[in-house]
Design a protein around this ligand. Structure first.
Ligand code: 1HE
Length: 260
């Protein structure tokens, strides 16, 4: 299936991995309203077979952020509703039906970094660079970046990126926590797919706990977090999938943990 500027396909033996590709390479995958709404729709209507998703971008860059040509037209109230539209769409990515892996290369800037931050895992190749040019454009983040990016790299680093226009390269990006994986140029998509297949094989309740419950626990006071954790642990371990996986290990049918 292809919407305008977005390509969607399924792969895997059970069609369990969704590939979502930004296909607006001529504009460096800049995100206009149509693209943001299409992303929201895709996550809202994800086929039931899907257990994990990969987002990448065609061409030399993952995403150049907000389509700046649309910005010129908006007044203050339109600007607020536009930001809220991004929030709603990226909420569907972060708190959607499945774990999402961003395969990064080239520019991951502005709203492109906000999109990547809404994903659960970021795999970056050597060509990746990160920036928040909003600072130098006289604007502010509006796609949830003020909430999500400090949780990845800390408020001080985000402040520096926006005040000074600092650009992080792929190595430093991984060092500070913008990406969890750093791979050779041209291999981020393959690595993301490999991880997606593995994640798709997890018990669904474990994936749900990690994508929907863990970030909420992280935002709770410790006392409430411990209680939420206990309830989630009880629900996860009572699922038939958990019982079977534990039994498989005890009977020598499941893999051991090995050094990577
Ligand atoms: C765009 C955009 C865009 C490229 N909106 N049209 N984001 C930025 O401030 C980043 C702006 N973009 C860049 O710095 C560069 O384009 C890149 C480093 C990403 C890529 O450079 P390059 O040399 O490969 O491409 P280019 O020649 O700059 O761009 C190719 C075309 O894409 C060109 O259009 P053309 O008609 O002249 O061919 C560019 O104008 C167009 N293009 N980026 C519109 N962003 C929810 S709030 C989020 C707020 C933000 O994201 S602000 C940060 C916006």
């Amino acid at each position: 299936m292809s919407k305008k500027h977005i390509h969607f396909e399924l792969f895997g033996e059970q069609q369990e991995v969704a590939i979502i590709r930004l296909t607006r390479g001529a504009k460096r995958n800049a995100l206009n309203d149509g693209l943001i709404l299409a992303l929201r729709d895709l996550f809202e209507k994800m086929p039931a077979s899907v257990r994990a998703a990969v987002i990448d971008g065609e061409g030399e860059h993952f995403c150049a952020g907000l389509d700046l040509s649309e910005l010129q037209e908006r007044d203050a109230s339109q600007g607020m509703f536009h930001s809220r539209m991004w929030h709603a769409a990226l909420e569907h990515v972060q708190y959607g039906p499945v774990p999402v892996i961003a395969a990064l290369h080239g520019a991951v800037v502005g709203g492109g970094l906000e999109l990547a931050s809404a994903c659960h895992i970021r795999v970056a190749d050597d060509t990746t660079f990160y920036a928040l040019p909003e600072g130098s454009r006289g604007i502010f983040v509006g796609g949830g970046g003020a909430v999500r990016i400090p949780r990845l790299i800390g408020t001080a680093r985000m402040t520096d990126m926006m005040l000074t226009g600092r650009v992080y390269d792929a190595q430093d990006g991984e060092r500070i926590g913008l990406a969890q994986y750093l791979v050779p140029a041209g291999t981020a998509f393959d690595k993301a797919c490999e991880l997606a297949v593995r994640i798709a094989d997890n018990a669904p309740m474990t994936n749900y706990a990690l994508t929907h419950v863990l970030p909420r626990i992280a935002d709770q006071p410790a006392d409430q977090g411990f209680m939420t954790e206990a309830m989630m642990a009880a629900i996860a371990q009572s699922a038939p999938a958990a019982k079977e996986r534990v039994r498989a290990f005890l009977e020598g049918r499941a893999g051991k943990v090995r050094k990577g």
